[in-house]
Design a protein around this ligand. Sequence first.
Ligand code: SAH
Length: 354
Amino acid sequence: MTPLARLILAQIDADGPMTLADYMALSLMHPKHGYYATRDPFGAAGDFTTAPEISQMFGELLGLSLAQAWLDQGAPAPFALAELGPGRGTLMADILRATRGVPGFHAAMQLHLVETSPTLRQVQAKTLKGHAPQWHSATEDLPDLPLFLVANEFFDALPIRQAQRSGDSWRERMVTRDGDRLIPALSAPTPLPMLAQRLDDTAEGDIVEFSPAATRIAAHVGTQIATRGGAALIVDYGDWRALGDTFQALRAHATADPFADPGGADLTAHVDFEALALAAAPARHTRLTAQGVFLERLGIAQRAQKLADALTGGAQQAHLAAHRRLTHPSEMGTLFKVMGLYPEGAAPPPGLLG
Ligand code: SAH
Protein backbone atom coordinates (compact mmCIF):
# COMPACT_ATOMS: atom_id res chain seq x y z
CA MET A 1 0.00 0.00 0.00
CA THR A 2 1.29 3.48 -0.84
CA PRO A 3 1.80 6.08 1.93
CA LEU A 4 -1.04 8.21 0.50
CA ALA A 5 -3.49 5.25 0.45
CA ARG A 6 -2.58 4.54 4.08
CA LEU A 7 -3.14 8.18 5.00
CA ILE A 8 -6.57 8.22 3.31
CA LEU A 9 -7.62 4.97 5.05
CA ALA A 10 -6.57 6.46 8.41
CA GLN A 11 -8.58 9.60 7.72
CA ILE A 12 -11.67 7.51 6.83
CA ASP A 13 -11.25 5.54 10.07
CA ALA A 14 -11.11 8.79 12.03
CA ASP A 15 -13.80 10.86 10.28
CA GLY A 16 -15.93 8.39 8.29
CA PRO A 17 -16.38 8.27 4.48
CA MET A 18 -14.94 11.30 2.63
CA THR A 19 -16.40 13.24 -0.28
CA LEU A 20 -14.96 12.69 -3.78
CA ALA A 21 -13.74 16.29 -3.55
CA ASP A 22 -11.61 15.56 -0.48
CA TYR A 23 -10.35 12.36 -2.12
CA MET A 24 -9.44 14.22 -5.33
CA ALA A 25 -7.75 17.06 -3.47
CA LEU A 26 -5.56 14.64 -1.49
CA SER A 27 -4.80 12.47 -4.55
CA LEU A 28 -3.83 15.37 -6.81
CA MET A 29 -2.46 18.03 -4.50
CA HIS A 30 -1.19 16.42 -1.28
CA PRO A 31 2.06 18.38 -0.79
CA LYS A 32 4.24 15.27 -0.49
CA HIS A 33 2.42 12.41 -2.24
CA GLY A 34 -0.08 14.14 -4.55
CA TYR A 35 -0.10 13.42 -8.28
CA TYR A 36 0.82 16.97 -9.41
CA ALA A 37 3.09 17.55 -6.44
CA THR A 38 5.39 14.68 -7.38
CA ARG A 39 5.81 14.73 -11.15
CA ASP A 40 5.61 16.40 -14.53
CA PRO A 41 2.78 14.34 -16.06
CA PHE A 42 2.79 15.77 -19.59
CA GLY A 43 3.89 14.42 -22.94
CA ALA A 44 4.30 11.05 -24.61
CA ALA A 45 6.18 9.58 -21.64
CA GLY A 46 3.66 10.97 -19.12
CA ASP A 47 -0.02 10.29 -18.54
CA PHE A 48 -1.61 12.81 -20.90
CA THR A 49 -0.88 15.50 -23.51
CA THR A 50 -2.51 18.93 -23.68
CA ALA A 51 -3.18 21.27 -26.59
CA PRO A 52 -0.19 23.61 -25.99
CA GLU A 53 2.10 20.56 -25.86
CA ILE A 54 0.71 19.42 -29.24
CA SER A 55 1.33 22.64 -31.19
CA GLN A 56 2.60 26.18 -30.67
CA MET A 57 -0.36 27.41 -32.73
CA PHE A 58 -2.76 26.90 -29.81
CA GLY A 59 -1.00 29.38 -27.52
CA GLU A 60 -0.27 31.83 -30.33
CA LEU A 61 -3.93 32.13 -31.26
CA LEU A 62 -5.16 32.37 -27.66
CA GLY A 63 -2.56 35.07 -27.06
CA LEU A 64 -3.68 37.11 -30.05
CA SER A 65 -7.33 36.82 -28.99
CA LEU A 66 -6.47 38.13 -25.51
CA ALA A 67 -4.26 40.91 -26.88
CA GLN A 68 -7.04 42.04 -29.22
CA ALA A 69 -9.48 42.06 -26.27
CA TRP A 70 -6.95 44.23 -24.42
CA LEU A 71 -6.73 46.66 -27.37
CA ASP A 72 -10.56 46.70 -27.70
CA GLN A 73 -10.82 47.76 -24.05
CA GLY A 74 -8.48 50.72 -24.59
CA ALA A 75 -5.15 49.03 -23.73
CA PRO A 76 -5.39 49.43 -19.92
CA ALA A 77 -2.01 49.80 -18.18
CA PRO A 78 -0.92 48.20 -15.99
CA PHE A 79 -2.81 44.93 -16.36
CA ALA A 80 -2.35 41.35 -15.17
CA LEU A 81 -1.74 38.61 -17.72
CA ALA A 82 -2.59 35.49 -15.74
CA GLU A 83 -2.79 31.75 -16.20
CA LEU A 84 -4.47 29.19 -13.96
CA GLY A 85 -2.63 25.86 -13.81
CA PRO A 86 0.16 26.59 -16.33
CA GLY A 87 1.56 23.01 -16.48
CA ARG A 88 4.97 23.20 -18.16
CA GLY A 89 4.55 26.89 -19.02
CA THR A 90 4.37 26.14 -22.73
CA LEU A 91 1.03 27.90 -23.32
CA MET A 92 2.24 31.09 -21.63
CA ALA A 93 5.55 30.99 -23.53
CA ASP A 94 3.63 30.79 -26.82
CA ILE A 95 1.28 33.61 -25.74
CA LEU A 96 4.25 35.83 -24.87
CA ARG A 97 6.05 35.15 -28.16
CA ALA A 98 2.92 35.79 -30.23
CA THR A 99 2.12 39.07 -28.46
CA ARG A 100 5.63 40.54 -28.60
CA GLY A 101 4.68 42.64 -31.59
CA VAL A 102 1.51 44.10 -30.04
CA PRO A 103 2.51 47.71 -29.25
CA GLY A 104 2.51 48.39 -25.51
CA PHE A 105 1.24 44.96 -24.46
CA HIS A 106 4.41 43.65 -22.83
CA ALA A 107 5.27 47.04 -21.32
CA ALA A 108 1.89 47.25 -19.55
CA MET A 109 1.78 43.59 -18.51
CA GLN A 110 2.45 41.94 -15.16
CA LEU A 111 2.76 38.16 -15.44
CA HIS A 112 0.94 36.08 -12.80
CA LEU A 113 0.68 32.29 -12.53
CA VAL A 114 -1.64 30.39 -10.20
CA GLU A 115 -0.01 27.03 -9.49
CA THR A 116 0.02 24.82 -6.40
CA SER A 117 2.61 22.25 -7.49
CA PRO A 118 6.20 23.10 -6.49
CA THR A 119 7.53 20.66 -9.11
CA LEU A 120 5.62 22.34 -11.93
CA ARG A 121 6.52 25.84 -10.67
CA GLN A 122 10.16 24.90 -11.25
CA VAL A 123 9.43 23.73 -14.79
CA GLN A 124 7.47 26.96 -15.46
CA ALA A 125 10.35 29.10 -14.14
CA LYS A 126 12.66 27.47 -16.67
CA THR A 127 10.26 27.77 -19.60
CA LEU A 128 9.50 31.43 -18.82
CA LYS A 129 13.02 32.55 -17.96
CA GLY A 130 13.41 36.28 -18.55
CA HIS A 131 9.73 37.10 -18.00
CA ALA A 132 9.78 37.26 -14.18
CA PRO A 133 6.39 35.67 -13.43
CA GLN A 134 4.89 35.93 -9.96
CA TRP A 135 3.39 32.74 -8.56
CA HIS A 136 0.29 32.42 -6.39
CA SER A 137 -1.37 29.46 -4.71
CA ALA A 138 -4.89 30.83 -5.00
CA THR A 139 -6.78 32.87 -7.59
CA GLU A 140 -7.84 35.25 -4.80
CA ASP A 141 -4.19 36.36 -4.50
CA LEU A 142 -4.05 37.79 -8.04
CA PRO A 143 -3.46 41.58 -8.01
CA ASP A 144 -6.33 44.03 -8.18
CA LEU A 145 -5.78 44.98 -11.86
CA PRO A 146 -7.59 44.52 -15.18
CA LEU A 147 -7.33 40.76 -15.66
CA PHE A 148 -6.57 38.98 -18.94
CA LEU A 149 -6.55 35.28 -18.13
CA VAL A 150 -6.26 31.83 -19.69
CA ALA A 151 -7.06 28.45 -18.17
CA ASN A 152 -6.53 25.35 -20.29
CA GLU A 153 -7.34 21.98 -18.75
CA PHE A 154 -7.34 23.62 -15.32
CA PHE A 155 -10.97 23.35 -14.22
CA ASP A 156 -11.13 19.61 -15.01
CA ALA A 157 -8.46 19.02 -12.36
CA LEU A 158 -10.43 20.71 -9.59
CA PRO A 159 -12.13 18.49 -7.00
CA ILE A 160 -15.76 17.59 -7.69
CA ARG A 161 -18.57 16.12 -5.63
CA GLN A 162 -21.14 13.70 -7.06
CA ALA A 163 -24.75 13.27 -6.00
CA GLN A 164 -27.39 10.77 -7.10
CA ARG A 165 -31.01 11.90 -7.22
CA SER A 166 -33.19 10.14 -4.65
CA GLY A 167 -36.71 11.53 -4.41
CA ASP A 168 -36.29 15.24 -3.66
CA SER A 169 -32.98 14.53 -1.93
CA TRP A 170 -29.57 13.35 -3.00
CA ARG A 171 -27.32 10.47 -2.01
CA GLU A 172 -23.73 11.65 -2.21
CA ARG A 173 -21.07 9.39 -3.68
CA MET A 174 -18.43 9.07 -0.94
CA VAL A 175 -15.13 7.18 -0.65
CA THR A 176 -14.96 4.52 2.03
CA ARG A 177 -12.93 1.40 2.82
CA ASP A 178 -13.52 -2.26 2.15
CA GLY A 179 -10.71 -3.96 4.03
CA ASP A 180 -7.59 -2.35 2.61
CA ARG A 181 -9.31 -1.21 -0.58
CA LEU A 182 -10.88 2.17 -1.28
CA ILE A 183 -14.35 1.95 -2.79
CA PRO A 184 -17.20 4.36 -3.63
CA ALA A 185 -20.36 4.18 -1.50
CA LEU A 186 -23.58 6.23 -1.42
CA SER A 187 -24.53 8.27 1.63
CA ALA A 188 -28.01 8.30 3.13
CA PRO A 189 -30.33 10.73 1.26
CA THR A 190 -29.77 14.38 2.26
CA PRO A 191 -31.13 17.58 0.78
CA LEU A 192 -28.32 19.51 -0.96
CA PRO A 193 -29.37 23.18 -1.21
CA MET A 194 -26.72 23.96 -3.87
CA LEU A 195 -28.44 21.47 -6.19
CA ALA A 196 -31.93 22.95 -5.77
CA GLN A 197 -32.17 23.99 -9.46
CA ARG A 198 -31.15 20.48 -10.58
CA LEU A 199 -34.37 19.02 -9.17
CA ASP A 200 -35.99 20.50 -12.31
CA ASP A 201 -33.94 18.69 -14.95
CA THR A 202 -33.05 15.36 -13.36
CA ALA A 203 -34.89 12.08 -12.79
CA GLU A 204 -34.60 9.47 -10.04
CA GLY A 205 -31.12 7.89 -10.08
CA ASP A 206 -29.44 10.58 -12.23
CA ILE A 207 -25.94 11.58 -11.20
CA VAL A 208 -25.00 15.26 -10.99
CA GLU A 209 -21.49 16.63 -10.47
CA PHE A 210 -20.64 19.96 -8.88
CA SER A 211 -17.37 21.60 -7.93
CA PRO A 212 -17.35 24.08 -5.06
CA ALA A 213 -13.69 24.95 -5.87
CA ALA A 214 -14.49 25.68 -9.53
CA THR A 215 -17.45 27.85 -8.56
CA ARG A 216 -15.37 29.84 -6.08
CA ILE A 217 -12.59 30.48 -8.62
CA ALA A 218 -15.00 31.43 -11.44
CA ALA A 219 -16.78 33.84 -9.08
CA HIS A 220 -13.51 35.57 -8.24
CA VAL A 221 -12.36 35.84 -11.88
CA GLY A 222 -15.81 37.07 -12.96
CA THR A 223 -15.98 39.76 -10.28
CA GLN A 224 -12.50 41.00 -11.15
CA ILE A 225 -13.26 41.20 -14.89
CA ALA A 226 -16.64 42.86 -14.29
CA THR A 227 -15.21 45.52 -11.98
CA ARG A 228 -11.69 46.17 -13.37
CA GLY A 229 -12.02 45.03 -16.98
CA GLY A 230 -10.28 42.19 -18.78
CA ALA A 231 -11.20 38.88 -20.37
CA ALA A 232 -10.86 35.17 -19.68
CA LEU A 233 -10.51 32.24 -22.08
CA ILE A 234 -11.50 28.98 -20.41
CA VAL A 235 -10.73 25.83 -22.42
CA ASP A 236 -11.60 22.33 -21.27
CA TYR A 237 -13.54 19.17 -22.01
CA GLY A 238 -17.08 19.29 -20.81
CA ASP A 239 -20.44 20.72 -21.67
CA TRP A 240 -23.21 23.12 -20.77
CA ARG A 241 -24.74 21.57 -17.60
CA ALA A 242 -23.21 18.39 -16.24
CA LEU A 243 -25.19 15.18 -16.21
CA GLY A 244 -23.83 11.74 -15.41
CA ASP A 245 -20.63 10.30 -13.99
CA THR A 246 -17.55 11.75 -15.72
CA PHE A 247 -15.07 11.13 -12.90
CA GLN A 248 -12.07 9.29 -14.33
CA ALA A 249 -8.44 8.40 -13.81
CA LEU A 250 -5.87 8.67 -16.59
CA ARG A 251 -2.61 6.83 -16.57
CA ALA A 252 -0.21 6.31 -19.48
CA HIS A 253 -2.83 7.75 -21.87
CA ALA A 254 -5.49 5.17 -20.82
CA THR A 255 -8.33 5.28 -18.31
CA ALA A 256 -7.87 3.51 -14.99
CA ASP A 257 -9.81 2.77 -11.78
CA PRO A 258 -9.87 6.13 -9.94
CA PHE A 259 -9.84 4.44 -6.51
CA ALA A 260 -7.00 1.97 -7.11
CA ASP A 261 -3.92 4.14 -6.64
CA PRO A 262 -4.48 7.61 -5.14
CA GLY A 263 -1.64 9.95 -6.16
CA GLY A 264 -0.49 7.58 -8.91
CA ALA A 265 -2.93 8.61 -11.66
CA ASP A 266 -4.45 11.85 -12.87
CA LEU A 267 -8.05 12.33 -11.70
CA THR A 268 -10.40 14.54 -13.70
CA ALA A 269 -14.05 15.26 -14.41
CA HIS A 270 -15.79 17.04 -17.26
CA VAL A 271 -16.33 20.73 -16.71
CA ASP A 272 -19.84 22.10 -16.19
CA PHE A 273 -19.54 25.39 -18.11
CA GLU A 274 -23.00 26.55 -17.08
CA ALA A 275 -21.96 26.42 -13.43
CA LEU A 276 -18.85 28.50 -14.26
CA ALA A 277 -20.92 31.04 -16.24
CA LEU A 278 -23.47 31.43 -13.44
CA ALA A 279 -20.74 31.85 -10.83
CA ALA A 280 -18.85 34.40 -12.97
CA ALA A 281 -21.79 36.85 -13.17
CA PRO A 282 -21.85 39.86 -13.27
CA ALA A 283 -19.16 39.26 -15.91
CA ARG A 284 -20.74 38.34 -19.23
CA HIS A 285 -20.02 34.94 -20.78
CA THR A 286 -19.75 34.06 -24.45
CA ARG A 287 -21.47 31.14 -26.11
CA LEU A 288 -19.78 27.83 -25.43
CA THR A 289 -17.81 27.10 -28.61
CA ALA A 290 -16.06 23.99 -29.91
CA GLN A 291 -12.28 24.35 -29.76
CA GLY A 292 -11.94 23.52 -33.48
CA VAL A 293 -14.40 26.25 -34.47
CA PHE A 294 -12.73 28.78 -32.15
CA LEU A 295 -9.26 28.09 -33.59
CA GLU A 296 -10.56 28.20 -37.17
CA ARG A 297 -12.19 31.58 -36.57
CA LEU A 298 -8.84 32.85 -35.31
CA GLY A 299 -7.12 31.73 -38.52
CA ILE A 300 -5.42 28.46 -37.59
CA ALA A 301 -5.62 27.25 -41.21
CA GLN A 302 -3.53 30.18 -42.48
CA ARG A 303 -1.07 29.93 -39.58
CA ALA A 304 -0.72 26.16 -40.15
CA GLN A 305 -0.04 26.72 -43.86
CA LYS A 306 2.62 29.32 -43.13
CA LEU A 307 4.41 27.01 -40.68
CA ALA A 308 4.05 24.04 -43.06
CA ASP A 309 5.75 25.97 -45.86
CA ALA A 310 8.88 26.26 -43.74
CA LEU A 311 8.97 22.52 -42.95
CA THR A 312 9.74 19.34 -44.91
CA GLY A 313 9.44 15.57 -44.48
CA GLY A 314 8.63 14.13 -41.06
CA ALA A 315 8.51 17.52 -39.36
CA GLN A 316 5.91 18.72 -41.85
CA GLN A 317 3.86 15.53 -41.40
CA ALA A 318 3.95 15.93 -37.60
CA HIS A 319 2.88 19.56 -37.89
CA LEU A 320 -0.08 18.66 -40.14
CA ALA A 321 -1.10 15.89 -37.71
CA ALA A 322 -0.96 18.38 -34.82
CA HIS A 323 -3.22 20.82 -36.69
CA ARG A 324 -5.72 18.02 -37.26
CA ARG A 325 -5.51 16.88 -33.65
CA LEU A 326 -6.38 20.33 -32.30
CA THR A 327 -9.28 21.02 -34.66
CA HIS A 328 -10.82 17.83 -36.09
CA PRO A 329 -14.20 16.78 -34.63
CA SER A 330 -13.02 13.20 -34.16
CA GLU A 331 -9.99 14.39 -32.15
CA MET A 332 -9.97 17.40 -29.77
CA GLY A 333 -12.03 19.71 -31.99
CA THR A 334 -15.47 19.16 -30.46
CA LEU A 335 -14.82 17.41 -27.15
CA PHE A 336 -12.91 20.50 -26.01
CA LYS A 337 -14.88 23.71 -25.61
CA VAL A 338 -14.02 27.36 -25.13
CA MET A 339 -15.95 29.93 -23.11
CA GLY A 340 -14.96 33.57 -22.74
CA LEU A 341 -15.70 36.02 -19.93
CA TYR A 342 -15.74 39.79 -20.50
CA PRO A 343 -17.21 42.93 -18.94
CA GLU A 344 -20.63 44.38 -19.70
CA GLY A 345 -20.35 46.84 -22.60
CA ALA A 346 -17.13 45.33 -24.03
CA ALA A 347 -16.76 43.14 -27.11
CA PRO A 348 -16.37 39.40 -26.54
CA PRO A 349 -12.80 38.10 -27.09
CA PRO A 350 -12.18 37.38 -30.82
CA GLY A 351 -13.13 33.85 -31.86
CA LEU A 352 -16.17 33.82 -29.57
CA LEU A 353 -19.69 35.22 -29.83
CA GLY A 354 -21.59 37.01 -27.07
N1 SAH B 1 -2.60 24.36 -18.63
C1 SAH B 1 -1.58 23.35 -18.77
C2 SAH B 1 -1.65 22.27 -17.68
C3 SAH B 1 -2.95 21.58 -17.39
S1 SAH B 1 -2.80 20.35 -16.10
C4 SAH B 1 -1.62 22.76 -20.16
O1 SAH B 1 -2.55 23.04 -20.88
O2 SAH B 1 -0.70 22.01 -20.52
C5 SAH B 1 -3.44 21.16 -14.68
C6 SAH B 1 -2.54 22.21 -14.08
O3 SAH B 1 -3.26 22.83 -13.00
C7 SAH B 1 -1.23 21.73 -13.47
O4 SAH B 1 -0.27 22.75 -13.66
C8 SAH B 1 -1.61 21.57 -11.99
O5 SAH B 1 -0.50 21.56 -11.14
C9 SAH B 1 -2.48 22.78 -11.79
N2 SAH B 1 -3.46 22.72 -10.69
C10 SAH B 1 -4.33 21.71 -10.43
N3 SAH B 1 -5.13 22.04 -9.37
C11 SAH B 1 -4.77 23.29 -9.00
C12 SAH B 1 -5.24 24.19 -7.99
N4 SAH B 1 -6.23 23.85 -7.16
N5 SAH B 1 -4.67 25.41 -7.90
C13 SAH B 1 -3.67 25.76 -8.74
N6 SAH B 1 -3.17 24.94 -9.71
C14 SAH B 1 -3.71 23.72 -9.83
